[in-house]
Design a protein around this ligand. Structure first.
Ligand SMILES: Nc1ncnc2c1ncn2[C@@H]1O[C@H](COP(=O)(O)OP(=O)(O)O)[C@@H](O)[C@H]1O
Ligand SMILES: [Mg+2]
Length: 206
């Protein structure tokens, strides 16, 4: 089998300003996600994923590796197996992000939210300051457990209200009897974009 380093080196991308386009990657990699800083692939025949950061984000790779080490042994976070200059190898989480749950109409329960709170509290107990907690970074596994990924911003000083805002939205809207449990992806992305620009009346204004 190829080393993780060789697999990471097989990932080719071009970057245009803040945009990145994926050009090529090894046949044993299956593309499973893209975020603001990296492409993520499942490695065929294994239970791990390779997260390859965009060229300008090598510092984020290093930072995220340190944080995964600090979270080591907590069941709510993937284990880290290897960290390179621009990549990480972590457990593959079999399940759906909360974003995908809303898109597919898979129910999110109060208990799931309490589990996320527990996961974040355990991170705080280790001296971290969980940030960037949003729908694409929280997964519900096929067994119904919560896993949190993308922990790179857990050492920032600034307090992040995203998770509290999401919880509020859950209680104010989602739990209403007639609120649709399945939402079109364009609507989800529009709400996320408005939130980011602090254009929602009660959220993101701080
Ligand atoms: N360990 C994992 N298991 C399953 N899916 C993952 C895993 N890591 C990332 N993903 C998928 O890839 C997407 C991008 O990964 P993420 O770590 O959030 O990157 P970024 O730091 O660029 O936001 C996630 O939203 C998720 O859909
Ligand atoms: Mg992310």
């Amino acid at each position: 089998m190829n080393t993780y380093l060789a697999l990471a080196e097989s990932v080719r991308m071009i970057n245009k300003g803040t945009h990145s386009i994926l050009i090529d990657y090894d046949d044993t990699l299956e593309f499973i996600g893209k975020g603001r800083s990296a492409y993520v692939f499942k490695i065929e025949g294994t239970e791990v994923v390779l997260k390859v950061f965009f060229p300008d984000f090598a510092a984020v790779a290093k930072e995220e590796a340190l944080i995964y080490q600090a979270l080591g042994g907590l069941e709510y976070y993937p284990n880290l197996y290897e960290a390179g200059e621009n990549y990480l190898v972590i457990d593959h989480v079999k399940g759906s992000t909360l974003f995908q749950c809303l898109q597919k109409g898979m129910p999110i329960t109060e208990n799931h939210l309490k589990e996320v709170d527990r996961a974040l509290q355990l991170a705080r107990n280790r001296g971290l300051n969980p940030s960037d907690i949003h729908l694409r970074n929280i997964l519900i596994t096929d067994a119904g457990d919560i896993k949190i990924i993308d922990v790179a911003r857990y050492r920032q000083q600034k307090d992040c209200t995203q998770w509290d805002d999401l919880k509020n939205a859950f209680y104010v809207y989602y739990t209403r009897k007639h609120f649709p449990k399945k939402l079109p992806v364009v609507l989800l992305n529009t709400v996320a974009a408005l939130y980011k620009r602090k254009m929602l009346p009660h959220y993101g204004g701080h």
